[in-house]
Ligand binder design. Structure first.
Ligand code: FES
Length: 106
């Protein structure tokens, strides 16, 4: 069960224990981060699960998938370290992950 550090839209950071075997979006929702709207339920078609990966985590997790890249790069809040959290699987390798929840655009 990795522990990740989540910064919400209000700028509050908190460590969260997340279960492996689910998406990061599901883990965030399960832990009460309602800033993540996840309107499409994880189908990579809404971009309302947008997060930024801090530090070197973007490089560590590898490139975005093609569909994810097209979708997230079309939102105004896009940054180089943007990811859709529904496209990240929680594994033990995420121990110490630091993310910031982005403004959601639907
Ligand atoms: S939940 Fe819709 S793209 Fe991630």
């Amino acid at each position: 069960m990795p522990t990740i550090l989540v910064t919400d839209l209000a700028g509050e950071s908190s460590p969260v224990d997340v279960d492996s075997g689910q998406s990061l979006m599901e883990a965030l929702r399960d832990n009460g981060f309602d800033d993540i709207e996840a309107i499409c339920g994880g189908c990579c078609s809404c971009a309302s699960c947008h997060v930024y990966l801090k530090g070197d985590w973007f490089e560590r997790l590898g490139p975005r998938g093609e569909d994810e890249d097209m979708l997230v790069s079309s939102v105004d809040a896009f940054r180089d370290n943007s990811r859709l959290s529904c496209q990240i699987q929680v594994t033990e390798e995420l121990e110490g992950l630091q993310i910031q929840i982005a403004e959601q655009e639907c």
